[in-house]
Design a protein around this ligand. Structure first.
Ligand code: 13P
Ligand code: SF4
Length: 349
């Protein structure tokens, strides 16, 4: 891969990327979805990239799958489909495209490739990882199996293809409890998120044993902070992601996946809400829900924030950063992901 200055000079030879108030004004229909959170001078910078990416997508027969944590100019400007990990994974199996650009982190791109091996899957930045995916290897899964013989392994989708291949089934934050409950036997091994596992254990009849990984974004929130926040503002609704600790979840008015959180806010329209998750979540719905005041603070995922319009344009232009998985690993990993999708569909999730 070229360095940034080489990338910039190559892109500027092929696309007109100079900030343009005129172009920005002509793309008002896109800007109107984010004008409460993106100021006009910033939009004038983004608009040429958004136009170049959307034009190039047509030439390449490409779609962009955007996770809910993408920044507004990516989420609203160039993504063809947005959603939580489960929704994006399911969309990857349905889209009729030659190329998928994953606007999200690496494990999401791997999941798309596992499910659509015939498609070219591009990662705007290969270094966009995840603290959970990095916390466990396939050997770690085997260690857990040796410790709890016969117990099924449910691995969060926030894992590498090798870990998925070593597991019996995957889960996401929107189906973890139902997947664990559907497993045979009394004991279920969950990897790699200790807090998701503890939150599931608190609602499940199964004995849940788990790997000790954590999300560096969600583990930062404390129940003490939330209590202090609620005391200073009793009207606030606190909405958490299940990667938070059980103490934090106990303080929340609702806990769910990123899409669960968005659905809850749309359905309840609280006057004030604190989203105990990644910062872009509130920004992405600020225009749709002007009646909701979103309380700060929030925490940013440094991996998700590696994805930018410039890097998306670069991979679509150069077709660099293609995600490849050893076919034998991908075949095994596909069984785990497909079992999750089939069970989720069967359970109506
Ligand atoms: P969701 O499946 O809820 O989108 O979560 C993915 C993630 O990485 C949250 O930190
Ligand atoms: Fe991973 Fe946490 Fe970032 Fe999600 S928010 S990608 S779990 S580090």
């Amino acid at each position: 891969m070229l360095d940034y200055s080489q990338i910039r000079s190559e892109l500027s030879e092929h696309y007109d990327l100079a900030p343009s108030p005129e172009l920005a004004a002509s793309m008002q229909h896109i800007y109107s979805r984010m004008d409460r959170v993106v100021p006009p001078p910033e939009w004038a910078i983004y608009a040429p990239y958004v136009k170049a990416i959307n034009d190039l997508k047509k030439q390449r027969n490409a779609v962009i799958l955007g996770h809910n944590y993408m920044t507004p100019e990516i989420y609203h400007g160039v993504s063809d489909y947005v959603g939580d990990s489960l929704q994006i994974a399911m969309k990857a199996t349905e889209v009729d495209a030659d190329v998928i650009v994953q606007a999200g982190v690496h494990f999401m791109a791997e999941t798309s490739k596992i499910l659509s091996p015939e498609k070219t899957v591009l990662m705007p930045d290969m270094a966009a990882g995840c603290s959970l995916a990095e916390s466990i290897t396939a050997e770690g899964v085997e260690e857990m199996r040796a410790k709890y013989p016969g117990a099924p392994v449910v691995s969060y989708v926030n894992t590498t293809a090798e870990v998925k291949a070593a597991s019996d089934i995957c889960c996401t934050s929107s189906n973890a409890l139902q997947i664990v409950d559907a497993m045979e036997g009394d004991t279920v091994i969950m990897t790699p998120d200790q807090f998701l596992a503890q939150n599931v254990a608190n609602q499940s009849k199964k004995k849940v044993v788990y790997w000790a990984g954590s999300c560096i974004v969600h583990e930062l929130y404390t129940a003490e902070d939330l209590r202090a926040y609620r005391q200073s503002d009793p009207d606030v609704k606190i909405i958490a992601h299940p990667e938070c600790t059980p103490d934090v979840v106990a303080e929340a008015d609702y806990t769910g996946s990123t899409s669960g959180i968005l659905d809850w806010i749309h359905a309840h329209k609280p006057s004030k809400a604190m989203l105990v998750t990644e910062c872009s979540m509130a920004s992405n719905i600020a225009d749709e829900l002007p009646e909701v005041e979103f309380a700060k603070p929030c925490n940013m995922c440094p991996y998700m924030k590696k994805i930018t319009l410039e890097k998306i344009l670069w991979v679509l232009h150069s077709m660099e950063n293609q995600v490849e998985i050893d076919p034998a690993v991908a075949d095994k990993a596909r069984l785990s992901v497909q079992r999750m999708i089939d069970l989720s569909r069967k359970l109506g999730l």
